[in-house]
Design a protein around this ligand. Structure first.
Ligand code: UTP
Length: 416
């Protein structure tokens, strides 16, 4: 059967014939691109995701118990210095790499360029990429090393991000010290379970969540590359937290001496974060659980030292040993559903930017690997020192608020 007829048959089977709305008007090469893309879509997977999320899957039967955490502020300077020393040793010996997750769409900010290009109103202005780069440069000087910087992009923003780094001369970091790798995508579905068009010859596909970092690292052979470089731990964090502490010897030392393969930084939930998922054990395994599973009684529960048991939340600041990365790369992670704004071509071929979410996006998250480990180290840190994310122009994670936190932290660290 010829390619076109196979595609028509496939689209008919899954009720998606709208994908060919402009096919007859396309030049030959674009026709080919569209046909090839459709043949590569895993329709069964999409349908099962769509159907799965019509049911409520919130682990309602699971037993929830506390997951112990270390509070940074409660560690004595004597204890701290032992861990810091170990962490410093690892960094100085080239044992740390940093991965920046920059494959997201940034739909809440509604920018036309990748989120990492977003300029914060420091004086002079600095992009999110530049801010992360400077944190690494300061650490390189302090520890007399060069920390290899891995950046995860998406098929949508990969080339433009590389051009941007060329233009900025890699902010002086050295092209040889930066490795880009692309994550995977999945088509989005509109609320009637239909595929939408990004271009007349292209079905809209978007990045499939930051949990794809593990299989993408594996696909690019980067875990072996890290091993060859002598890297022992990899810090993974988001692009949008301008106080992200990518290089923290205490965190690394605690993880290493504690013999943990995975560690995660947390902050203690506040009034604005009622709906945030919290760290806990689900059926005995480290997890992040929905706030719906935490009763008022659990929320108020403290241990014998007065520490809240169910209030630690995720700030997307994780540490993985190389061994654990290998394991994670082979985990078949579940998907989470998000309703997102995605532009599309309407029936007249006009690009429409919706004002409210119009599509279902399916995403894998890093935290779903946690239950595969018996223990993970949680380090609860001071929010004002390490958490200033930029997510949206309204709400609590605005650029203005993040800048205020960033400048405060800079002033405080200068004061010591
Ligand atoms: P967010 O969950 O804030 O998503 O990502 P986002 O795509 O940046 O923004 P919205 O939700 O569409 O407004 C947290 C971090 O994970 C990365 C983002 O780049 C950010 O650093 N991420 C997210 C990826 O690398 N890939 C993804 O598929 C999703």
């Amino acid at each position: 059967m010829n390619k076109y007829r196979s595609v028509v048959k496939l689209l008919k089977k899954y009720n998606q014939e709208q994908v060919l709305a402009f096919y007859n008007t396309l030049p030959k090469e674009e026709k080919e691109l569209l046909l090839d893309q459709v043949l590569n879509i895993d329709f069964e997977k999409l349908i099962s995701l769509y159907n799965e999320f019509q049911k409520d899957v919130s682990y309602t039967d699971a037993v929830i118990t506390p997951l112990e955490h270390v509070e940074e502020t409660k560690l004595s300077s004597y204890i701290k210095s032992k861990y810091v020393k170990k962490g410093e040793e690892i960094i100085e010996n080239g044992g740390l790499a940093v991965i920046t997750l920059a494959g997201g769409q940034g739909t809440r900010l509604g920018l036309s360029l990748p989120k990492g290009f977003f300029e914060v109103e420091t004086n002079p202005k600095k992009s999110l990429f530049q801010i992360q780069c400077e944190t690494l440069q300061i650490a390189n000087i302090k520890y007399n090393t060069v920390i290899h910087w891995y950046i995860m992009t998406s098929p949508d923003n990969d080339s433009i991000t590389k051009v941007y780094f060329e233009d900025k001369k890699y902010f002086g970091y050295g092209k040889e010290n930066v490795t880009f790798f692309k994550q995977d995508t999945l088509p989005v579905l509109d609320f009637n379970s239909k595929l939408i068009l990004d271009k007349a010859y292209k079905v809209k596909e978007v990045s499939n969540g930051n949990g794809d970092v593990f299989s993408s690292l594996q696909r690019y052979g980067l875990i072996e590359d890290m091993e060859k470089k002598g890297i022992k731990y990899v810090f993974i964090g988001g692009i949008d937290n301008i106080l992200l502490k990518t290089v923290d010897p205490l965190f690394i030392g605690l993880c290493d001496i504690g013999n943990c393969k995975v560690a995660s930084k947390t902050i203690t939930k506040n009034e604005n974060e009622k709906d945030e998922w919290v760290f806990a054990r689900r059926d005995g395994k480290p997890s992040i659980v929905s706030s719906k599973r935490i009763t008022k009684e659990m929320e108020d529960k403290k241990d014998e030292n007065g520490k809240y048991l169910y209030k630690e939340i995720n700030i997307l600041a994780h540490l993985f040993s190389i061994d654990s990365l290998k394991l994670c790369a082979n985990i078949d992670l579940p998907y989470h559903l998000a309703e997102k704004k995605n532009d599309y071509l309407n029936d007249e071929g006009v690009k429409i930017m919706p004002k409210s979410p119009n599509t279902y996006k399916y995403e894998q998250f890093i935290f779903d690997v946690f239950p595969y480990f018996d223990n993970i180290l949680l380090l609860s840190v001071k929010r004002e020192r390490e958490f200033a994310p930029i997510k949206s122009f309204t709400g609590i994670h605005t650029p203005e608020r993040a800048l205020e936190l960033y400048l405060n932290e800079r002033r405080n660290s200068i004061k010591g």
